[in-house]
Design a protein around this ligand. Structure first.
Ligand SMILES: O=P(O)(O)OC[C@H]1O[C@](O)(CO)[C@@H](O)[C@@H]1O
Length: 436
């Protein structure tokens, strides 16, 4: 990234890291948020605009020739959005008639003017705003309103994962109900979160190697391991209970979510696993309802009999209601931190209370649990949740953003001494648990 002192001076950018106990924000030049707004998100937007041009014929074939004007209009609007970010424009209210317009606008209205631009707002708010803005550009058209511009990338990620999926399927067909097997599966699921397209601005990463060997090899990268508490919350609970999974990425990670969910059902650890997808295309690779169905179909129709049997089994579990897609909730694609859920969406909070365990997947859900705040790395997970305790909950997160909590004294310092970017690579992971 070329240095641009004019931009920094004009926009009050502070040349330093995020101070302790402060909202993360692109205002701090040595933060990942700054890099995200200067480089990663403009690159994501450039990719969307370029694919609209490149895939024009395909889009016309899918949505009809009348979609031509919409393709032009959306390309221009996405390009403009990129400019807006690069010029630190304000976060303006939404005008469309989408179901979450009022939720968003009520939120934006309460932000003080000096914290309502891409580089001055809390990072979480500004980044979520950008993804909501892209969605509104497409929703506002006549022919591309239902178009998921991230779909091809999500589907490619799934296809690239077939070898890894097959190896996992073969290794998990016969397993026992015990804490050791559960430990393996939950870690497999955690490391599946490394395969995220938004960290690479959409560049594909093929999962390679034997996933279960990796679970062992990665043991030293697991900074907090609350697996035993997670296991106890299920093993000691009712077999008639519900587990909620708050989805993160499609592709290999979704597959490992389903492997874990299958185990939970097959071993009688719960009667139902409820999956919570995103209502709009989100952070490139997040799972929407159609990605879930597409993935099950992709597996069911696969030429490999093991994968195909698995896909059919998961379709059957879905038909029987043991796997369930939760009703769409715009809260998951809102800027609200989770501790504000009881106020912003009490119905959802009450629904999560029904679960015996809620599993939050990935980095963005972690940011929302902690509220994009530079906590001391040794602060307790319970403190950082700020009262958000609908049920027993756990987070399976590979570390891709500069916030963390629950580390032992001196650990963060040692990691920084080894690599000052250790929080941005997805190399490290945490499994943190909080009981209700
Ligand atoms: O898919 P995940 O694990 O939620 O990661 C989302 C990505 O978004 C960020 O939270 C911000 O862009 C990154 O830190 C991470 O790469």
């Amino acid at each position: 990234m070329a240095a641009d002192p004019d931009f920094d001076t004009k926009n009050g950018i502070v040349d330093g890291p995020t101070p302790p106990h402060t909202d993360l924000s692109a205002q701090y030049k040595q933060s990942f948020a700054y890099y995200t707004f200067r480089v990663r998100l403009p690159s994501t937007l450039a990719t969307i605009a370029a694919s609209l041009v490149k895939d024009k014929d395909e889009l016309l074939a899918t949505y009809g020739v009348a979609a031509g004007a919409d393709i032009e209009q959306t390309t221009k609007a996405v390009t403009q959005l990129r400019e807006d970010i690069l010029s630190n424009a304000p976060l303006l209210p939404f005008e469309g008639k989408e179901p979450d317009t009022a939720l968003w606008n009520a939120f934006l209205e309460k932000l003080p003017a000096e914290k309502r631009t891409y580089f001055t707002a809390c990072w979480l708010y500004a980044e979520c705003y950008m993804y909501r803005k892209i969605s509104s550009i497409f929703r506002g058209t006549s022919h591309l309103a239902a178009h998921d511009y991230f779909s091809p990338q999500k589907q490619t990620a799934t296809k690239l994962s077939v070898d890894a999926m097959l190896a996992v399927a073969k290794a998990t067909r016969q397993n026992e109900r015990n804490s050791d097997t559960f430990r393996q599966l939950i870690k497999l699921n955690l490391w599946g979160n490394r395969c995220d397209l938004s960290i690479t601005s959409g560049k594909q990463v093929k999962p390679t190697g034997n996933a279960f060997d990796q679970v062992t090899d990665l043991e030293e990268k697991l900074l907090i391991d609350g697996t035993l508490d997670v296991w106890k919350s299920l093993d000691g609970g009712s077999s008639a209970g519900i587990v909620d999974i708050i989805f993160d990425n499609a592709g290999y990670e979704l597959y490992t979510d389903l492997i874990l969910a299958e185990y939970i059902i097959d071993k009688g650890l719960a009667a139902k696993v409820r999956f919570n997808p995103k209502a709009i295309p989100w952070f490139i690779s997040d799972v929407m309802a159609h990605d879930y169905h597409w993935t099950l179909r992709f597996l069911a129709e696969h030429s490999d009999p093991v994968l195909s049997e698995l896909g059919k089994k998961w379709q059957r579990l879905t038909g029987e209601g043991k796997f369930e897609l939760a009703p769409l909730e715009h809260f998951w694609t809102s800027p609200y931190e989770f501790y504000r859920m009881p106020e912003a969406n009490p119905g959802l909070y009450d629904r999560l209370k029904e679960a015996q365990l809620v599993i939050f997947k990935g980095d963005l859900n972690y940011r929302k649990l902690l509220g994009d705040f530079s906590w001391d790395s040794t602060e307790s997970f319970e403190t950082c949740l700020r009262g958000f305790r609908p049920s027993n909950l756990c987070t399976l997160r590979t570390v891709k953003a500069d916030l963390i909590c629950g580390l032992a004294d001196g650990v963060a310092e040692q990691l920084f001494a080894k690599d000052k970017e250790w929080m941005l690579t997805g190399e490290y992971g945490v499994i943190q648990f909080a009981s209700k």
